[in-house]
Design a binder for this molecule. Sequence first.
Ligand code: ZN
Length: 882
Amino acid sequence: MRTDTSPAIYRKDYTPPSYWVRTVEMGFDLDPSATRVATRMTLARNPASAEQAIVLHGEELELVQIRLNGKNLAKRDYKLVDGLLRIPTKAEEITLEIETLIRPDKNTSLMGLYVSNGNFFTQCEAEGFRKITYFPDRPDVMAQYTVMLRGDKKKYPVLLSNGNLIEQGDLGDGRHYALWEDPFKKPSYLFALVAGQLVCQEQTEKLKSGREALLQVWVEEGNLDKTQHAMDSLVNSIHWDEERYGLELDLDRFMIVAVGDFNMGAMENKGLNIFNTKFVLANPRIATDTDYANIEAVVGHEYFHNWTGNRVTCRDWFQLSLKEGLTVFRDQEFSADMIGTDSGRAVKRIDDVRVLRQAQFPEDAGPMAHPVRPDSFVEISNFYTVTIYEKGAEVVRMYQTLLGRDGFCKGMDLYFERHDGRAVECDDFRAAMMDANGRDLTQFERWYSQAGTPRVKVTTSYDADKQTYDITLAQSCPPTPGQAKKQPFHIPVAIGLLDGKGRDMPLSLKGHSDQPTTLVLELTATQQTFHFTNVTEQPVPSLLRNFSAPVVLDYDYSDADLAFLMAHDSDAFNRWEAGQRLATRRLLALTEAAQQADSPLSVDVALSASLRASLNDVALDPAFRETVLTLPAETVIAEQMEVIDPQAIHTARRFLRLSLAKDLRQDFSRVYAANQTDGPYSPDAASSGKRALKNLALSYLAELDDADAHTLAQAQYDSANNMTDRMAALAALANSQAPGRAAALAKFYSDFEQEPLVIDKWFSLQAMARTTDVAAVQTLMKHPAFSIKNPNRARSLIFSFCNGNPSRFHAADGSGYAFWAEQVIALDAINPQVAARLARSLDRWRKYAPALQEKMRAALQQVADTAKLSKDTREVVGKSLA
Ligand code: ZN
């Protein structure tokens, strides 16, 4: 083992900055191979700090000059070690001028200033600003920025930065300039600049107060036919935040810029959001319904950050979920409101819970498990996780569940009243929620400090004579790294009781006089019993309605109970949940059977009858029916097993899909025919729901892999007028023996060669196809359109295979793991953040059978033994092996 590991940083070691920065003036002379950055800042000593020095961060910078209060500093006047520049001083007020030289064209990490397709972009969150200039690059240092951009007029006709455009003009030498001023103080991670050949769609929009704002969506020429949906989503976001939270856009200009090389989804830089093209560009030809929905969600997310993240920001990076959990919650609610119907809201909730279970639950049970507010990290980039984002959003949602919508809004109001313009902690948010509502939420803090997914075990007993019903809730939480024992959480458990006809019973519980049909039980002790009276018959309990807490709920339902809930529960989430429980039960049994060579897999008539009923229930929305008929993912089944057997899970799930296809063949055909959308394409919820159900039917029928299925898929492929239908048809063909398989894949490629986002889909679909093994992936990597340097492309092929094709990735010969190690190492030399994400694919290695475990450990070790490894990747593999 190598020992040169970077030290961890601890939350408890937080100290305030020695100097505050008041103003920052920056001048950029843009040049791909040598950009000169001149920064002048005014600083004021922070009396709360004992440190007698200015402390600045800097990485990969060529330092040209430093001047303090107008005087050039010599080397002996400061210390520069390990990315920290210290200038000893006690002065109260200081003007510091720093000149640095950087090389954007050599920047493949995509942090700091970089070049993508000839244009300049920045990415500063979390610690990228230090790759531009020396600066106290920490979120609690908030300053006012003025930015002068200078560059070649032809190569960089567009020059953008945060805030308002103050002045622009010609410099006479073939260059021009633009001066930008951001009226709001901000932390350095929200700094941004963009320069290059871009065009925009723009419009003005009237705000709540009557002010007008200029909205722009900037893209490369040729993509202007793909910006309308992002613009519509921005307009909707603006008005939603006005209506739901009374929050108005505080700038006269709001810009979104799309870039093809980007590590993440998008970035909320003040007034100048920078987006992965994947979350901006859409038209029916290139984007699926899911793409449309994702664009709406991400545009909303970044826009909502303007208040939850930018106006009120994080004191330190341990508080990351303060802005991310809250903003994900806000974008989830926004998307739900945009659909508008109750059933649509339920489908959105189901989608969000699926992400949580597929990605966050495994994270919370693995070697990288961490609390929503972590206590330590080596590399903060590794903590942009599903725990910080999605579990963080669940934690915020629980406030709303406990306090009600109005109570939650009051808490938000108080939060802004207290903290606008400040950098604060998760505790400040909780305090605002408590104080605005006069509620004690002290114990709720454990959701921030304790990792792991709590389990709630439920037992019930009915007394027919006394007409009482007892619900006993008992909680526990498995150990996680560094946290052996857990204290009880404050868990809201929403419940209802169904009578024999499937109707909600009015609930009589001490302290609740109004007899509601859904009650939020508050579990705060290790075990509590809730005593219901006037229960006139033995009920079937509907537990954890709408997934009121991010827990695993354990209750011994009979199959009949589950079928009953599937058919009757008034809580749509729990109707779906009952079906998932039933299917999981069958899949686990089938998996076990698949592991025994001599035990044949058998069909289950009860499950198929329940699914048939939902499939054919035209009173239910198509979108909802699609979620019911979709079986739990292989990774979700995996998490339920003591020892994961990816091949057996795959065999079981395919077997169940095939038997459902045989059993419900007529039904699927009918549903397929009944859910055609004609007329011009529209991504609205009703149309996309129909397409989802129709394409689900297609995918089941494709399991039959017969001539009829081939013809159906081919016909849909040939006649599709939108990418949703085209992709669904191509997926059906790609996973079949259809004679047209190869031709369809080839045609798809040649039809969309000019559309990078579609070519990503083409790679991704093949990476996840059933027949694709490591050798096939390696062949695809040699395709001229493949490039490991572009994160979207690397994700579309390498990540899709490692994370989205479990049965092939976990091949018994270990070829998947050897491939993984090779790619992590290759990526690490190019882009540590992307490499470290891929490194997460072996997180759960200890859950597999010994033979696989050994091969996974060897692959992890091979990466760990690599001489020059980033601290990003080293932290991940180090923690996996620990
Ligand atoms: Zn965010």
